[in-house]
Design a protein around this ligand. Structure first.
Ligand SMILES: [Zn+2]
Ligand SMILES: [Zn+2]
Ligand SMILES: [Zn+2]
Length: 163
């Protein structure tokens, strides 16, 4: 679906985030076109807000940002939740359970579970695309079929360790 470039975990590497954001948005748009999904202006706006940084955002922060940008809009929380539901369902974003917040996916629409490294210093989140191999092989060894797994690992990124 996307190039190898977008598939890697850039959050903790120094990079030009505008480029990264631009690519992720383009990939998401292409995916919606391919799947004939309606990326309405509101859905796209929520996605764009989430792609502004590698820090996850809560629904109320997203709402506040939308209402601040357009004083005439003043939308209510359910509108944001509906947009988030759509984006989650299509795999364009993920929910970071331990932060009760959302983050743009680095490989929109990918199969399989996502795993996250969460820095407690800068609150950035990096998504890893490699499967948690021990977990999966242990599960299959005992005949267990995983249908949902959330791997959220907290710690400190290289930059934050130096502070
Ligand atoms: Zn980036
Ligand atoms: Zn993902
Ligand atoms: Zn950090």
């Amino acid at each position: 679906m996307s190039s190898d470039k977008t598939r890697h975990c850039l959050a903790f590497e120094h990079h030009d985030h505008r480029l990264c954001q631009h690519e992720l948005l383009a990939t998401a748009r292409d995916l919606c076109k391919l799947r004939r999904l309606k990326l309405t202006p509101r859905r796209q706006q929520v996605l764009e807000i989430l792609l502004q940084s590698h820090q996850p955002m809560g629904a109320y922060d997203i709402l506040a940002q939308i209402n601040k940008a357009d004083v005439n809009a003043q939308i209510a929380p359910p509108i944001v939740y509906r947009a988030l539901d759509f984006l989650l369902e299509e795999g364009l974003i993920h929910r970071i359970e331990c932060r009760n917040a959302f983050i743009g996916c680095i490989d929109p629409g990918h199969q399989g579970a996502a795993q996250f490294l969460i820095c407690k210093g800068c609150e950035k989140v990096a998504e890893l695309d490699k499967p948690a191999s021990t977990l999966h092989s242990e599960a299959s060894r005992v005949g267990f079929v995983i249908d949902h797994s959330v791997v959220e690992v907290t710690g400190f990124c290289a930059d934050c360790q130096q502070k």
